[in-house]
Design a binder for this molecule. Structure first.
Ligand code: G3H
Ligand code: 13P
Ligand code: ZN
Length: 323
């Protein structure tokens, strides 16, 4: 058993308590490779922001579980050489089984999500409680999910979203003992969140459902998945340099800013990082067709990622200066 405390990670308890009182959200950024991880750490140290490093089971398959453990450790060591340290949680994103959660806990994660949202309510409660009972023995925080987000979440995929039913949340918390709750209020995973015709604006998130949930469980940390803004400049670059991503649309920054003022304490962003990297790599390779050194095109992609994460911390999530 590798203890996250020995590695230098923290669980999400104190992060969420502070975010709740002070009205901001902790960034939860996914990573799959070294450049993404370096960019997240650099941006969060430079903006003095706490951060949740997220690893999906897809990332585990891609990068190898042992490699990820040492990458996480490497991130902590890299941070120690920089101007300040910030609280970092290492979190399993969309865990889909008890066994996977246990394996992550044993390899140094400080927080796990058990995503039982595709199950029946009773099965979701039972699975989530089982994970919580194990995780809490090791002081690891657990995120559960109620309601279904459309889009792909590793092995958990859904065609249509189902908003979270506020009538369920109190009972779910009481029965499972989770530390935070992911809800569905209109966001979805990936780069095509809303179908909007030219001239139409993106429909607002269901803040009425969020408010109703907050009334039922006051002061309880809420998580928003699927919160990439699908930055239009990146879509334009991708389309300009050989890509085809017409119709891509995400959650406007204004709506995310509004959410940070509520009980939303954690905002999940993965796709925007993928889009920034792809846009910059496409641009670089189109303009430099003879270059074949990956450092030459991954470097500018990493620089763009740093700027993007800093922008989100400072101007969207409000987490800058909160470390
Ligand atoms: O919620 C989904 C995350 O964006 C992870 O995506 O399964 O492709 O790694 P992934
Ligand atoms: P996006 O696809 O909007 O980045 O959402 C990521 C996410 O929810 C990871 O759990
Ligand atoms: Zn998600």
């Amino acid at each position: 058993m590798v203890s996250y405390k020995d590695l230098g990670f923290v669980n999400t308890k104190e992060m969420f308590a502070k975010a709740m009182t002070e009205g901001y959200a902790i960034p939860a950024y996914n990573f799959n490779n070294m450049e993404q991880l370096q960019a997240i750490i650099t941006a969060c140290v430079e903006t003095a922001s706490p951060v949740i490093l997220q690893i999906s089971s897809g990332a585990r398959k891609y990068a190898n579980q042992t490699m990820l453990q040492y990458m996480g450790q490497g991130a902590i060591e890299m941070m120690k050489t920089m101007e300040r340290t910030v609280p970092i949680a290492l979190h399993l994103d969309h865990g889909n089984s008890y066994e996977l959660c246990v394996s992550c806990i044993e390899s140094g994660f400080s927080s796990v999500m058990i995503d039982g949202s595709a199950l029946s309510y009773e099965e979701n409660v039972a699975l989530t409680k089982k994970v919580v009972d194990y995780a809490h023995q090791h002081d690891i925080t657990v995120e559960g999910e109620l309601g279904v987000l459309a889009g792909i979440e590793d092995d958990v995929s859904a065609e249509k979203s189902h908003y979270t039913n506020p009538d369920d949340v109190e009972d779910f918390l009481n029965k499972t003992g989770v530390d935070s709750l992911a809800i569905s209020i209109g966001t979805s995973h990936g780069a095509y969140k809303f179908k909007v015709k030219p001239g139409e604006s993106i429909p607002p998130l269901r803040f009425d459902i969020l408010e109703e949930i907050e009334k039922r469980i006051p002061g309880f940390p809420i998580v928003l998945h699927g919160s990439s803004s699908v930055v239009p400049e990146y879509i334009e670059l991708i389309n300009k340099y050989g890509g085809d991503m017409k119709g891509a649309a995400g959650v406007p920054e204004e709506q995310l800013r509004k959410a940070t003022k509520s009980a939303v304490c954690k905002i999940n962003i993965d796709s925007d990082g993928r889009l920034a990297m792809t846009a910059k790599i496409r641009e670089f390779l189109a303009n430099n067709p003879s270059v074949f050194d990956p450092r030459k095109y991954l470097g500018p992609a990493r620089t763009e990622l740093i700027e993007m994460y800093k922008h989100k911390n400072i101007h969207v999530l409000g987490s800058a200066g909160k470390a």
